[in-house]
Ligand binder design. Structure first.
Ligand code: SF4
Length: 289
């Protein structure tokens, strides 16, 4: 495979064939993100992508899923994306699902019909970083999008029959706006009603603007208890018709895997128990990205 730079994929795509179709992220401005810093965004040449699909056809016959890397591969122009999906279907007929990172801009560039075509050719899931539903924090972290647009784009993907996994970031609003962040994020998640929500705990990456703010004393990092309180408030404000709310990433202090609405009350009780010291939190040295 012709990999360039950092290859990042969602935890749930750990066993997928990782097919890199872009390098970097077309936005690349979020203040907390160090994933593709210094990387000029580009779409890889078709010939290279086709060679990698042929490589996967020969060597990846046990892997049932494909994940299209990097940051927001949905930004690839429709004709090229259709060609890639057709080749995956032709050369890797055992693959049951293709996944991709998507952001509001890349979803906005596709018509509902275009998304439907991608769905027909196997695009089964998109992972969207919401981070927060609080507009002030979205501006602060330079996400380049409003909460309302996030809602519209999330709904647009779901209406096309593409499953949606939304990532939110505990601690991203700092201390003063923590509860606003929790409440507004719950509101936006409820409005999108995705199949999956993944809550990560903020970890500061050296070299990012947010890390510099922290070093300068202008951005506070929440304690584990504060992050947990934020998570509890977020779950309390989230109503999903049927979705999995995960907070079991290695960065989190208390692993949570809740099916909403069924597990809402027991999850909130578990968080209360952890906050009162009856359930142990993961020690700092075991947390990792
Ligand atoms: S859109 Fe995603 S990958 Fe791109 S800079 Fe923001 S967080 Fe990083």
């Amino acid at each position: 495979m012709h990999y360039e730079g950092n290859i990042i994929r969602p935890p749930s795509e750990a066993n997928s064939i990782l097919l890199q179709v872009t390098v970097g992220c077309s936005h690349n401005k979020c203040t907390f993100c160090g994933a593709y810093k210094g990387e000029r965004f580009r779409i890889k040449p078709d010939a290279v992508i086709l060679e990698d699909i042929a490589f996967a056809a020969a060597h990846c016959q046990r892997q049932r899923r494909v994940f299209l890397c990097d940051g927001d591969a949905l930004i690839v122009p429709q004709k090229r994306l259709l060609r890639i999906l057709k080749e995956i279907r032709r050369q890797l007929p055992w693959v049951t699902r293709v996944g991709v990172y998507a952001n509001a801009k890349s979803i906005g560039l596709k018509t509902p019909e275009a998304l439907g075509e991608l769905r027909e050719l196997g695009l089964g899931i998109a992972y969207m970083g919401l981070e927060t539903g609080d507009d002030a924090t979205l501006r602060q972290i330079r996400k380049g999008v409003t909460a309302e647009t996030m809602i519209q784009m999330g709904r647009k993907l779901r209406a096309a029959g593409i499953k949606l996994s939304v990532t939110v970031l505990l601690g991203i609003a700092g201390r003063e706006r923590s509860m606003t962040h929790a409440r507004e994020t719950g509101r936006v998640l409820s409005a999108i009603d995705p199949e999956y929500v993944g809550a990560l705990s903020l970890m500061l990456i050296p070299g990012t603007p947010l890390h510099a703010d922290f070093a300068a004393g202008s951005f506070p990092l929440l304690t584990s208890a504060e992050m947990l309180q934020e998570l509890g408030a977020m779950i309390a404000h989230t109503t999903l018709s049927r979705g999995l709310f995960h907070a079991n990433h290695a960065s989190n202090y208390l692993p949570i895997k809740a099916r909403l609405p069924r597990d809402k009350e027991t999850t909130l009780q578990l968080i209360d128990q952890a906050l009162s010291g009856k359930v142990a939190l993961k020690p700092e040295y075991l947390r990792a990205l």
